[in-house]
Structure formats: C-alpha cells, structure tokens
Design a binder for this molecule. Structure first.
Ligand SMILES: *Cc1c(COP(=O)(O)O)cnc(C)c1O
Length: 455
C-alpha cells in the first residue's frame, strides 16, 4: 500500500455540483413561519432581502445543484483543498487510529467561508444587486464576503460583533483592504442597534444583534440585499463541496471514515463535511457517525430547546424550527467568535432531532490544549473555532485506544488561527477562562425570548 500523507485532487476532479441533503432526509424540516401571519413563509416574503436563486436553493429538494462556471473559476484558485493524514499527531498520541483532516484554511479568507461567499456574491450580482450587508463574528465571514463582493463589483457593509472588533483589529483591516466598510455592532446606525445600546451601552454584541442590523439596512433599499454566512440551507448546500472532495480523497487512500467531526457555530462547516457522508448512510447503508462539537458556553445542540425561534435578536427573520438558546441569548466572550450563535441551522436541527447526528460540548481551555498539540505535530495553527473539532477528534482516538480498537477519524479543520494569536497568548498566560452556560440560564434566556405562538 502506498503511503499517503497529503492527498490532492486536480482541478478536473473537483465536484461540479453541490449536494442537497433535503432530497434524502427521511423527515423534511418544518417550514419557516411568518410571525405576522402565522403562515409558512413564501418566496416573495424573502425576496426583499435575498436574490431569487438563493431563495430557490433554500427550498429546493433537488439532490444536486450545478455550480455556475464563474463560481468554479474562483473555486479553482484554491480548490480542491488538501486532505491530510495527521501522521505526526497520531504519533504524538500513540494512537492506533488513523486521523485525517480536511484543511479549509488555505484560501484567501483563511476559512471555509469562501465556499459560500463566492456563489452568494455571484447570484446577487446576476440579479442586479449593487450593495450587500452582512454580519461577521470573528471576521472570517466578513473577509470572505469582502473579497467576493469586490471581485464581482458589489459594495459591502459589514456589522462586526463588537467583542471581536476589539479582539481582532487585523480582520477589520483585511476587510477594508478588500474594499469593505466595517462597523462595530451594536451600532447607532440602526434602530435594532440603538435599542440594544440604550439598554446596555457596553454590550459586547452578538451575531444575533449584528444580523438584525444588517437586515434592517437591506430591507430599506431595493438595490441592497443581505447575506448570511451560516445556518441557512443554501449556505450549507455550498459547503458540501468539502465532504464530496474528502470522500474522493479518502477513496484514493483506500479508506472510509468511521466518524466525521466538525465544530459547530450555525452548522455550515460541520454540515459541509458531514452531509455527503450522511447521504451514504441514508442511501448505501453506511454507518459513519457524525459528531458536532460546540462550546459549553453556547450549547444549543446539547442543551437548547427544539422550537420555533427567530434567527436574529430583534425578530426580523422568519421563525425557524431549530435548536435554540433563545434569540436574546448573549454568549460569554469566548475566543471562538464564530461559534457564538444562539441557534442551529434548520437542517442540522431536524437531523439531530431524528437521531442521525451526535453533538457534544467542550470548554475552550481543553480545545486550545488540543489545538497546541495539533500545531506542534502538524504545523498548522487552528482557528479557535476549529480547535473544537481537533479536541473532538482527539477524544475519538483516545476512546478507541481505551477500547483497544482502531478507527478511521475524519475532521474538518475549518480555518487557521493567524488572526487569533492573542487568544493563544491568553491561553499561555493562563488567562483563558472556561465558561459553562447553566440549565437555569438557558431557561431564563428562552423565557426572555418568547416568540409569537404558532397554532
Ligand atoms: C465561521 C466559522 C465557524 C463556525 O461556523 P459554522 O457555520 O458552524 O461552520 C467555524 N470555523 C471557522 C474557521 C469559521 O470561520
């Protein structure tokens, strides 16, 4: 058997379609609801803020959707992304298991977010949009969108969660370099932001608040649309290029995963790597376990409630059926800014409810410990978000060794941590607190986030 460490594909081997899990889900998700009418949301309700093609993808049940040629052209500048066998990490652990990781940090944005930023900017441009508004947590999504919008000749306005704006000035400057305007959120530019600031002038912000601000601006101008970097079905669709490539790469290595792991914010990188393997579970009788790893401070999949809730803080989105901590939940200021979101995407929520995926939560210190072991073995400095996937993979390897078995483990290294070096500094100083959201806090937040009753 040949010895594989880095498995590359040629541009011609890159998949030309995205995979839509909706086609194969045993139970389709419940529809999004318009809170004003209590009725399912129609495409026309969404057309104020999204271009039609993305709305079509949002509700599509077609199994495969073609990737446009202009999108493939930009994908080719950084895809297919490499799949690595983590041989040095395996050695450091002394594990009998095989650990593979798909590295999505090698593109301009430093994370998987470029995979959906490019098609989102493209479809908006096609439909005559001139400006896009969006939110960003840690800044990876804003960076991904900034380059993509500038490439297709669109303006971009980014609301960046204030705590990340302060923690990561480098990300803001990067977005500015790609020609985007960046505003810390909550801001005084919007009614949603002003309301939060009135109640708490020192609000650290949240993704939910930043989404409200970006949507509010988009709803006021017919040439401005809004764009979201996670959670929604069309975003997750675009990310399935990750898992489809990984499957081809593993096949070249003569392997197939027993378990696939991703960190979990709104669900896009986890779903992107996991859903193509879930398709094989559904259609070919495979038995791969799919594990989402979320922060103990923002534990929607493990401690949240499955219910209709808003996707943003001020209630501008439709009501979505999802695992949620309540749309008013303000997560602790952990360094994995991209994981500080109160809800889980609708597709993942339904699949979790039906028992097709697993979830676990972790403290940030254990994850940084894993990330440092990974950096010292493999050389890549993981994003704080990705460190949750690293820690999840280490758990699987250690568990297999205790059981005396060897597993094939695949995880998604969703991004690099080059802009997060101060978080590593805090870890080394012993200044990175663990935080767990308690059941009482979640109950309180859900009670504070009551939504219109749906009959
Ligand atoms: C945004 C981000 C995440 C979290 O978002 P998901 O939609 O859950 O993937 C994870 N890792 C990185 C590097 C990110 O930029």
């Amino acid at each position: 058997m040949e010895k594989f460490t880095k498995i590359l594909l040629t541009e011609n081997e890159m998949p030309r379609q995205w995979y839509n899990i909706m086609a194969d889900m045993p139970n389709k998700p419940l529809p999004p609801i318009n809170p004003a009418t209590g009725k399912p949301v129609g495409p026309e309700d969404l057309s104020v803020i999204f271009p039609m093609e993305l709305i079509r993808q949002e509700v599509s049940t077609e199994r495969y959707i073609d990737i446009p040629e202009e999108v493939l052209d930009l994908y080719r500048t950084f895809r297919p992304s490499p799949l690595f066998r983590a041989r040095n990490l395996e050695k450091a652990l002394g594990t009998k298991s095989k650990i593979y990781y798909k590295y999505e940090g090698g593109n301009y944005s430093g994370s998987h977010k470029a995979n959906t930023a490019i098609p989102q900017a493209y479809y908006n441009k096609q439909e005559g949009v001139r400006r896009i508004t969006t939110e960003t947590g840690a800044g990876q999504w804003g960076s991904a969108m900034s380059f993509a919008c500038n490439h297709f000749g669109l303006e971009l306005l980014v609301f960046m969660v204030r705590v990340s704006f302060n923690q990561k000035p480098g990300r803001k400057l990067m977005m500015n370099t790609y020609n985007a305007r960046v505003v810390p959120s909550p801001s005084t530019m919007t009614a949603a932001g002003r309301k939060v600031l009135e109640a708490d002038p020192d609000s650290p912000g949240s993704l939910g608040i930043a989404i409200s601000e970006a949507m509010e601006i988009a709803a006021q101008d017919p040439y401005t649309k809004y764009s979201l970097g996670s959670v929604l079905n069309h975003v997750i669709l675009h990310q399935t290029i990750i898992g489809q490539e990984a499957m081809i790469q593993l096949e070249k290595a003569g392997d197939y995963p027993d378990v696939v792991i991703g960190c979990f914010g709104g669900g896009s990188n986890f779903s992107g790597i996991a859903f193509p393997f879930l398709r094989e579970n559904f259609t070919k009788g495979k038995n791969t376990r799919l594990v989402a790893v979320e922060p103990a401070s923002c534990p929607k999949l493990t401690k949240g409630k499955f219910t209709y809730d808003f996707g943003d803080q001020s209630g501008m989105t439709p009501l979505l059926p999802m695992y949620t901590l309540g749309h008013n939940f303000i997560p602790d200021k952990i360094h994995a800014g991209g994981l500080r979101y109160h809800g889980a995407g609708v597709l993942v929520s339904q699949l979790r409810k039906d028992g097709f995926i697993e979830a676990k939560s972790k403290f940030q210190r254990e994850c940084f410990e894993g990330a440092i072991l990974f950096a010292r073995s493999e050389g890549i400095l993981p994003a704080p978000e990705s460190s949750y996937a690293v820690a999840g993979a280490l758990d699987e390897a250690r568990k297999a060794d205790l059981e005396g078995v060897s597993k094939t483990i695949l995880f998604n290294l969703s991004g690099h941590g080059h802009f997060d070096i101060t978080a590593y500094e805090k870890y080394f100083e012993g200044n990175l607190p663990d935080h767990e959201t308690t059941a009482e806090e979640i109950e309180q937040s859900l009670a504070n986030s009551a939504v219109p009753v749906i009959s």
